[in-house]
Ligand binder design. Structure first.
Ligand SMILES: [Zn+2]
Length: 412
């Protein structure tokens, strides 16, 4: 028998009494769970892109004195870990401990979690209703998790259109329009113009927000649009030929505003500018940084050229170390060294915590040395027998000394 959906009758009820009618032992990731069906429930299952309600069950009703002792060492309370609905409209509660068929339970849902879902979900209706009226697009995807709400439409929206629809959605919120959920007679339903994501068998539950939206939907919603609080679009991207929008409603939007404003406050303190001047200040820093990098590269190039002039001409193998030198400068240095030394000529350039290296050789196979570096230090890279290029992590401060010794002692 289908489970009676108490959340359908009253979206604001937080507690309920029910009887266990079925129990199935189940296993997930090696842990035992109990799949429990009640005769009625307030727990909304995972359905239509929305995550399920959370909460708990505890032993309900008076326990007859004669069995009080007998049950005292059995579980008295259960966490509801997951809630699913099957094709027969039975709602499955996944519990962490065993329970007997016939047990009377008192259930309580996590109200803050549920109310947040009701805010997000009703906000989605308002936004999708306006999108549908203005552009004729259908909502082809909806995902409501504990951290994110996304909606997919089968057409594109410009930034200006998104801004305009967001504004109109908030106007609809302010107008405090009743959100009416009901099951119309089949005849009335056939005459109705409503949005629907899927073909529905049996009674169709309609959620109507007068002048804004009319949609088939099974989830709990807030009573009036005002309870959505506010709706903010926080991101969008092209998605399957249409658009995916990320929104926040109600307290989630407030929390996000808190977060963003915290970041802005901190950044403006760090850069010692007002929040309005933040973007300009960041762009200026970026430009300064790029200029400094060029200047540093030039200075390091001069240092390298100086070292180049001091290399022992008798040495068979030579290696230079540098920092933040452009690749072209490294390459030129290797070419110069290769002319004067018959063995390996190399430049190791430190960039952050990684060495970029170029190794060349007129008479030997540079790939052999790069293989040695791969075996010894996990270096990556490749090239031809006369020149290889690669990189490797600077794992210890001793690495420069080790590599210098490797070159000085002759590489077999
Ligand atoms: Zn809905």
């Amino acid at each position: 028998m289908a489970t009676r959906k108490l959340y359908d009758e009253d979206a604001y009820a937080r507690e309920f009494d029910a009887t266990v009618v079925e129990v199935h032992e189940t296993e997930k990731d090696g842990e035992k769970y109990y799949d429990v069906i009640l005769d009625r429930t307030l727990f909304f299952p995972e359905e239509g892109g929305q995550t399920c309600d959370r909460g708990n069950l505890r032993l309900g009703g008076l326990v007859p004195a004669e069995i009080e002792e007998e049950i005292s060492n059995r579980p008295q309370a259960w966490n509801v870990e997951d809630v699913q609905i099957d094709g027969e409209n039975k709602i499955h509660h996944i519990l962490d401990q065993p329970i007997d068929i016939g047990t009377r339970v008192h259930g309580e849902i996590d109200w803050n979690h549920r109310f947040s879902n009701m805010q997000q979900h009703t906000g989605e209706h308002i936004f999708s209703g306006i999108v549908h009226a203005k552009k004729g697009y259908a909502n082809v995807g909806f995902h409501l998790s504990d951290s994110v709400v996304t909606m997919d439409y089968d057409g594109e929206l410009t930034d200006e259109e998104i801004q305009q629809i967001e504004y109109e959605a908030n106007e609809a919120i302010i107008k405090n329009i009743p959100v009416h959920c009901y099951y119309p007679e089949l005849e009335a339903l056939e005459r109705m113009d409503y949005r629907s994501k899927i073909q529905i068998d049996g009674a169709v539950r309609i959620v109507e927000i007068s002048g804004v939206d009319c949609c088939a939907c099974c989830a709990p919603h807030v009573k009036t649009t005002a309870e959505v609080g506010m709706l903010k679009v926080i991101g969008h991207q092209r998605y399957k030929g249409g658009i995916r929008l990320t929104i926040l409603c109600g307290f989630r939007a407030l929390r996000d505003y808190d977060r963003v404003s915290g970041i802005a406050t901190m950044a403006s303190q760090e850069l010692s500018v007002s929040q309005d001047a933040l973007v300009d200040a960041v762009l200026k820093q970026k430009e300064d940084m790029a200029n400094l990098k060029v200047a540093l590269g030039e200075a390091n190039t001069r240092v390298m050229n100086q070292e180049l002039s001091q290399v022992d001409l008798e040495a068979e193998n030579v290696v230079l170390f540098s920092e933040n030198v452009p690749n072209l400068v490294m390459r030129n240095a290797v070419n110069t060294l290769m002319e004067k030394h018959s063995g390996y000529a190399a430049v190791f350039n430190l960039d952050g915590n990684r060495y970029q290296f170029i190794i060349g050789s007129k008479e030997r196979d540079a790939r052999e040395l790069s293989t040695l570096l791969r075996e010894k230090y996990g270096a990556k890279g490749g090239g031809s027998s006369d020149m290889v290029q690669g990189s490797m992590e600077k794992e210890t401060p001793m690495m420069e000394k080790e590599i210098r010794e490797l070159f000085n002692n002759g590489i077999s």
